[in-house]
Design a protein around this ligand. Structure first.
Ligand SMILES: [Zn+2]
Length: 204
């Protein structure tokens, strides 16, 4: 029982690490992302998709006029993890990444006037090749991705155990503890595990 809990916990940790690594692999250099500048001095909106199509960059610089005109009314609403501007001049840049769900995010203010919260990104590279790897979890999405990656991780953790059991059985050893069963055709004298033939008979 304890062994199952340890294995499940290990699989969850591997699943979470895999979710984070995959999210960071989704992040593309900013220069490679498509750019949509709809109005030079009023609004900048960059939405880009990475290799798997699951990274989105978002930047806002909305004028009051655009808001009055209901800019968001005729645009698909940005995802909930994108930071909304708090004032008219509150440009910021949000990166979300992850697969299958966007599970990490980071926000940067693009003006010195408004301080931004620290520890949002790990910066890699420089210039056009710069990648901002987001650090803040989107809790539900990270949990879902973690579970999704934990299932194959759990299966992988079982492979060496199944292999060891198979090899022991071939050698005439107890699959569970490795005791030599040459002189004991029934239950293993060491750990009490019954042989497959005997168990089959019991079921029949
Ligand atoms: Zn045994």
């Amino acid at each position: 029982m304890t062994r199952h809990i340890v294995r499940a916990t290990g699989a969850l940790l591997i699943g979470m690490a895999a979710s984070i690594i995959v999210a960071w692999l989704c992040v593309r250099p900013i220069a490679t992302l498509p750019r949509d500048v709809s109005s030079a001095d009023e609004e900048i909106h960059t939405a880009g998709q990475g290799a798997f199509g699951y990274q989105i960059h978002f930047a806002f610089r909305l004028s009051q006029r655009l808001r009055d005109e209901g800019y968001f009314a005729d645009q698909p609403p940005p995802p909930s993890w994108v930071r909304r501007p708090e004032t008219v001049h509150d440009p910021s840049f949000t990166v979300g990444a992850g697969w299958p769900l966007i599970c990490l995010r980071g926000v940067r203010s693009t003006t010195k006037a408004i301080p931004h919260p620290p520890n949002q990104f790990i910066e890699l590279g420089s210039g056009d090749d710069r990648r901002s790897l987001p650090l803040r979890p989107i809790p539900l999405a990270l949990a879902a991705n973690t579970v999704a990656y934990s299932v194959p991780a759990y299966a992988l953790l079982l492979v060496p155990i199944s292999l060891r059991r198979l090899i022991r059985a071939r050698r005439g050893l107890c699959p569970r503890c490795g005791y030599d069963l040459a002189d004991s055709p029934g239950a293993c004298p060491e750990c009490g595990r019954e042989s497959r033939a005997r168990r089959g008979r019991v079921v029949a």
